[in-house]
Each structure stands twice: as structure tokens, then as C-alpha cells.
Write a protein that binds this ligand. Structure first.
Ligand code: ZN
Length: 166
């Protein structure tokens, strides 16, 4: 990443409430004192949301609908796999809901969850929990500013007032 090619990269802070297409609230930033902030162009939020947010100004409130393909992807049957218990870390104490990183069909690292245990056969699901879901983000843009050099170097947004978290 060469920050000089994109000097106008911005940090956008916004509040959001995320619902699925049935109107069920899945997540919200309204419980936090601070709005959620991200550095543009680094896929820190889902693609469909980032595209829509890029067009907004401070104070804008919008309902942004994001189809599954532009959110966490379609549910992929190939990511449902059965593996013998012995192939897994911590084999003796596995429980439904356990999660661990493993390489997926294309070699990329994927977070798999244990969804079923049948004796020595373990069923894993590498889909994101929100895969296949069309999502609705109710957003309010709280602040937009240019990223600092430090943020560009780190590849993420820092908190309000330049508070340094690490
Ligand atoms: Zn940092």
C-alpha cells in the first residue's frame, strides 16, 4: 500500500443499526459512546456499504440496503465440510460453536465453526454467520475527515481526538 497514490483517503465515522431483511436487529453502534470509524478503501466494512457511504456527507441519515453478494456473500455449500475429529485442534474437547482458522478451498484462511458433532465425525461451516442474508443498514454520518499520516501507515482509523490505542 502506497499512501501517496491516494492522499485524500478519509476516515468516516458513523452510527448504524443493522437489520436483516425481516427487520430483526442484528447489531447497532448506538450502544457505544463513539461512532464506528473506518479508513476508506481497505475493505474494513462490507463492499456494498462502503460504496454507498462514500457518497454521503456529515449529518446524512440513510437506509442502505445491501444484497448478500455485496455483504457477506451467498451461502456456499462447499464450505460445509465433514472432517474426522482427529484432524482438528483440541480434538478431545470440541464443542458445537467452537471456531478456528483453517484454509478454505482456494487456500485462503477461513473461520470455521463446529455446527454438529457425530461421534468422530465433525461438521464444520466456513460460511460467515450472515452469509446469504440481505442486510439493511440505518446509518447516520457523524464525521468525515482526512486520514492522518499515522493512520495511513497503520492502515486503520484512530479514535476521536487522535487517541492512540496501541
Ligand atoms: Zn494505529
Amino acid at each position: 500500500m502506497n499512501s501517496t497514490t491516494n492522499p485524500a483517503k478519509r476516515v468516516i465515522s458513523f452510527h448504524y443499526t443493522l437489520t436483516n431483511s425481516g427487520g430483526e436487529v442484528l447489531d447497532t453502534s448506538r450502544d457505544s459512546a463513539e461512532a464506528f470509524s473506518y479508513l476508506e478503501g481497505l475493505n474494513q466494512i462490507i463492499p456494498g456499504l462502503e460504496k454507498a457511504m462514500a457518497l454521503l456527507s456529515v449529518g446524512d441519515k440513510r437506509k442502505i440496503e445491501v444484497a448478500a453478494t455485496d455483504a457477506y456473500g451467498e451461502h456456499d455449500e462447499q464450505l460445509l465440510v465433514d472432517v474426522p475429529r482427529t484432524k482438528l485442534p483440541n480434538a478431545e474437547q470440541l464443542q458445537v460453536g467452537d471456531q478456528f482458522q483453517a484454509s478454505g478451498p482456494n487456500g485462503e484462511m477461513i473461520l470455521f465453526s463446529v455446527i454438529e458433532i457425530n461421534g468422530d465425525q465433525i461438521k464444520l461451516d466456513g460460511n460467515h454467520p450472515l452469509a446469504g442474508e440481505d442486510l439493511v443498514f440505518d446509518v447516520e454520518v457523524m464525521a468525515i475527515r482526512n486520514a492522518t499520516n499515522e493512520e495511513l501507515a497503520h492502515g486503520h482509523a484512530h479514535g476521536a481526538g487522535g487517541h492512540h490505542h496501541h
